[in-house]
Design a protein around this ligand. Sequence first.
Ligand code: NAD
Length: 255
Amino acid sequence: MTARPPVKGLDGRCALITGGASGIGLAMTRTFAERGTRVVVLDQDPHAEAAVRDLENAAVAFGNVTEPADVKAAFDLAERRFGPVDIVLANAGISQNCPTLDLDFEGWRRVMSVNLDGVFLTVHEAGRRMVPLGRGSIVLTSSIYGVVAAPERLGYVVSKSGVSAMAKALAVEWARHGIRVNAIAPGYVRTPFLEDLQARGRLDLGALERRTPMGRLIETHEVAEVAAFLASDASGPMTGQVVGVDGGWTAYGYI
Ligand SMILES: NC(=O)c1ccc[n+]([C@@H]2O[C@H](COP(=O)([O-])OP(=O)(O)OC[C@H]3O[C@@H](n4cnc5c(N)ncnc54)[C@H](O)[C@@H]3O)[C@@H](O)[C@H]2O)c1
């Protein structure tokens, strides 16, 4: 692993990253750990331990973000191992792609549960612990579909719009406590999940690349870099922002 220079506001701090064992979250875990941040990953993936095994500064709290006790246990573990949590990345989320008339109530509840309840429980626990300390930086993973819409993604669009709104609502409520809350809104990111959909003929990655003004998908480490900037002191005056990491996707309004 190549050592990277310390970043103001990341080195020596403690971060909790939900969904930090795969895809974008794993890139966040690596980026932060390599910058000297001590990281606790809250993830329900049984392979989470293996995913971060090579990182010195990372530990795993196995659990579900929709379970209040699991979220609390992850913060407790982080505090025991590394001290007070300075940074929270509420990143765990699930996608859903289904015509609305085929979406049953159970499916709707599933996406709301992970993408909204899970983020609420994470930021609520974060706030309970950060407010008395008078500091903290929280970054939520929204999506381009928390900014614009696409057909057959009702639950995803509504839940991610809620995540974007949560960043703004919490930012204005907690600014006086020294806590910043921002969101990132990635475009289509090259993850094993997308590549699997492509391999099964359920997604046309070439079409997505052509729709993106920059002509390519986003890489996981690029999303992690923006999250690191937002979590660090380098973004000191920024709060309540939904920052696109999308190659120009949401700016584009032509054919
Ligand atoms: N991949 C993309 O193109 C893309 C684009 C925009 C936004 N996003 C968002 O980025 C985030 C990460 O997506 P990804 O593509 O890296 O997905 P991923 O499936 O590769 O990783 C998600 C991780 O979250 C964990 N997770 C899921 N539900 C959980 C739960 N209930 N409790 C604990 N852990 C749970 C999974 O085990 C997994 O490790 C999601 O919020 C997603 O909506 C992804």
